[in-house]
Design a protein around this ligand. Structure first.
Ligand code: ADP
Ligand code: ADP
Ligand code: ZN
Length: 214
């Protein structure tokens, strides 16, 4: 089984955390635009006629990076794999159309979590500087403080996980990405998952949704 999974939800809903588990469980690739863009924060996009010269200038403020940049990254990543879990894309209506041209999906998961819980999750998030694994200072602590359980890398706080950028990202989500979820809702492959449960409870729901749909 090589499921093609799309995971949707607001920033902080647990997409990255659950995607890692799906990638391990089903042997598929975790394709995440957030990580791909962070690895290319300083990429020179000055010849594209955009407002800023690098993706990082959009990201640090919590604004979306322009579609032309992101579409090309996803197109290239998806063409390399049979099965995947796509996390962080599509984030607006244009990206939905672009994705429809690229691939078919087996299951579309949507994680929902109340806004104030999202702020707590994001401002307490720590990520591995080497492998990108997610932790939380309270809700998902590593065995040794500051050290990644997976690879021994250093845990850091993302530059955009401060309260101002978090609130801007949540507003951007409401304005641009909530309609994307509306687009998929009601489709036969769509599964709504309550993201406001423990990590293991969310995982049980996510895993069974993929098993029964893919
Ligand atoms: P996203 O990829 O949707 O932005 P993450 O997977 O990075 O979200 O999770 C955001 C933060 O919340 C991380 O610090 C993570 O450890 C924590 N987290 C994820 N799922 C849960 C959960 N079910 N309960 C509590 N904290 C969670
Ligand atoms: P989170 O889920 O915590 O908001 P991500 O790691 O998914 O964070 O994304 C970080 C930043 O990367 C976003 O705030 C945005 O600037 C940029 N980004 C990620 N995915 C996209 C996308 N599909 N379209 C435009 N910008 C994106
Ligand atoms: Zn690591």
């Amino acid at each position: 089984m090589n499921p093609k999974v799309l995971i949707l939800g607001p920033p902080g809903a647990g997409k990255g955390t659950q995607s890692e588990r799906l990638a391990d469980e089903f042997g598929v690739e975790h394709v995440t635009t957030g990580d791909a863009l962070r690895a290319n924060k300083e990429m020179d996009i000055s010849d594209m006629g955009l407002e800023y010269d690098t993706p990082g200038e959009y990201m640090d403020q919590g604004d979306l990076v322009p579609d032309v940049v992101v579409d090309a990254m996803v197109q290239e990543a998806l063409s390399d794999f049979d099965g995947f879990v796509l996390d962080g894309y599509p984030r607006n209506d244009h990206q939905v159309e672009a994705l429809e041209e690229m691939t078919d999906l087996d299951v579309v998961l949507s994680l929902s979590v109340p806004r104030e819980e999202l702020v707590d999750r994001l401002t307490g998030r720590r990520v591995c500087d080497d492998c990108g694994a997610n932790y939380h200072v309270e809700f998902d602590q590593p065995e040794e403080p500051g050290v990644c359980d997976e690879c021994g890398g250093e845990l850091i706080q993302r530059k955009d996980d401060n309260e101002a950028s978090v609130r801007n990202r949540l507003d951007t989500f409401e304005a641009e990405t909530a309609p994307v979820i509306g687009h998929y809702r009601g489709g036969e492959d769509f599964v709504a998952v309550d993201g406001d449960q423990s990590l293991d409870e969310v995982w049980a729901d996510v895993k069974s949704a993929v098993e029964s749909n893919a």
